[in-house]
Each structure stands twice: as C-alpha cells, then as structure tokens.
Design a protein around this ligand. Structure first.
Ligand SMILES: C[S@@+](CC[C@H](N)C(=O)[O-])C[C@H]1O[C@@H](n2cnc3c(N)ncnc32)[C@H](O)[C@@H]1O
Length: 264
C-alpha cells in the first residue's frame, strides 16, 4: 500500500499488527514481522484476533438489541474492518450513535470508513489516548448524550497499558461519567491458560515495538475493571464462551477474557 503522510511505517503499529492478523491489507513489513514473531510463540494468534472480533460483534448485537443501547463509545477502535461497531449497531438500530477513539495516527488516516453512518444515526472519530480520558469524554459529548446510557467498549486495548499508567483509575473515571443503565465491555489478554506463551509473546511484542508494553492480567485484575457494575450473564470468562453462537474454541487457544457489565 502507499505510505500515507504523517504515518511512520518504520516502526510497528499495534493497529496494523492486528489488521494483519485479521487478514487485512493495511499493514507493512514491520507489522508483519511482529505478527510472525507472535505466531511462532502462539500459533493460534490469528484465531485469537478473529475470536476477539466475534466477541465484539456479539456484545454489540446484545447491547443494541436486547439491552436497547443507542450510544457507543469505542476506545482503541483499530483499523476499519468488516463489521465495525456502527455497522453492527445500526443494522439493529439505525439511530445508533457511535464515537470511535484511537491514539494511532494510522487509524485516523483510514477513519473515513468509520464515518459512514446511517442518516438517522451518527458516527464520529477522535484521535486520542486512553490515558487522557477527560479529553475523550469531552470530544465524545459532542455526539453522545451522557445523561442517557452509553456502552463503553474497551476491547483488546487495556493490556496495552501497564499498571503504572493507573489503568484501573482511568476505567473508573470513564465509568463514573456514564449514566445509570450504561454498559462496560472489556476483552483482555490473560496469562492464566498459557503463562509461558503469554509472557514470551508480551516480551516479543515489546522487543520489536518498544512503545507497546503488553500487560496480560489475571482474572481478579480484569474483574477489578468492573467494580461497582452488575455482570451480564455469563459474567467474565474466555471470550469464546460469552454467549457463543457456534462451537466453543478451547480457552488455551484464545487467552483473552471478556465480559459485559451494567451500571446500576
Ligand atoms: C488489538 S487492537 C483492538 C481493536 C478493536 N478494539 C478490536 O478489538 O477489534 C488495539 C487498538 O488499541 C489502540 N490503542 C492502544 N493503546 C492505546 C491508547 N493508550 N489509547 C488509545 N488507543 C490505544 C491501538 O492503536 C489499536 O488500534
């Protein structure tokens, strides 16, 4: 692909590494090298990426359908792909409003594909860092009404933030701003089924992309993000077992926990 202005193609980008794992075309040699390194350690990594996307799709369908949610804030959006959040939500509720946020400039370059809303609904994109939650909330308030329920999506992003960034406090700050009846969706890498693989993969990622400090977390630490919220059945578990629609992939092949919870 051509090299867009303002995007550094000499260092790997987590959004592009993930795009490559999903079979996308918006990535470069440096990104594919990271993905190849990860695949050597965890051969099921492509499946992990696809299953994560499938979990996101099921969660958004549940929220837009059964839970009646009309507003979504998706932080750590990644590159546009099939079934972006607004595609899934607006298929069920055309008036759904979605704000996307990511800190990788490459996502902004492709953001036009995220801004294809239905006429009844709305989509917006902000280039912003999760470590500055107030800036994200302020921008999102132009599109979302925070007096009404919002689903906050933090899907496969929190493991990019080490504990030193105060990641639990950041999530609490965001949740605090949400109205009663809002939801939080999280998927997150865990070392529990494959401790050696998780630590080798995190090390390999950081070796090739020093700015990416991957922090897989255990169940208790991930549950901590949901403090004060009511879990939606079946609660926190491996992403593939959250309301599965087909045969369930065994946990040792996915290594990501996922859950959805409601703010009372
Ligand atoms: C693995 S992708 C997940 C994409 C999408 N949420 C999904 O699950 O399909 C992680 C995304 O989080 C973004 N990201 C990582 N750290 C971030 C931060 N501190 N602030 C905002 N975005 C971040 C990356 O740029 C990347 O696009």
């Amino acid at each position: 692909m051509s090299r867009p202005q303002g995007v550094d193609t000499s260092v790997p980008s987590p959004a592009r590494v993930y795009d490559h794992l999903l079979g996308g075309k918006d990535n470069y040699e440096v990104d594919r090298k990271v993905a190849d390194g990860l695949l050597k350690i965890i051969p099921s990594m492509r499946l992990v990426a696809r299953e994560n996307r499938a979990f996101l799709g099921r969660a958004v369908r549940y929220l837009a359908g059964e839970a009646g949610i009309r507003q979504f804030l998706d932080i750590g959006t990644g590159l546009p792909t099939q079934d972006n959040v607004h595609d899934v939500a607006q298929r069920i509720e055309p008036a759904a409003r979605v704000v996307y946020a990511d800190n990788d400039p490459v996502v902004l370059v492709h953001a036009r594909a995220l801004l294809t809303s239905t006429p009844e609904g709305a989509t917006d994109y902000v280039e912003a860092d999760l470590r500055e939650p107030d800036a994200i909330l302020e921008h999102a308030a132009a599109t979302l009404d925070f007096d009404e329920p919002v689903a906050l999506l933090l899907v496969a992003i929190l493991h990019f933030l080490p504990d030193e960034d105060g990641v639990h406090g950041i999530v609490a700050r965001l949740v605090d701003r949400l109205a009663p009846g809002s939801y939080l969706v999280i998927s997150h890498g865990t070392p529990e089924e494959n401790p050696q693989g998780a630590s080798d993969a995190a090390e390999e990622y950081t070796r090739q992309a020093p700015s990416a400090q991957i922090t897989p977390r255990n169940r208790d630490a991930i549950n901590g993000f949901f403090t004060g919220l009511e879990p939606v059945d079946p609660g926190l578990g491996y992403i593939t077992s959250w309301r599965p629609e087909g045969p369930v992939v065994p946990p040792e092949q996915v290594g990501l926990y996922g859950g959805v919870a409601r703010k009372p």
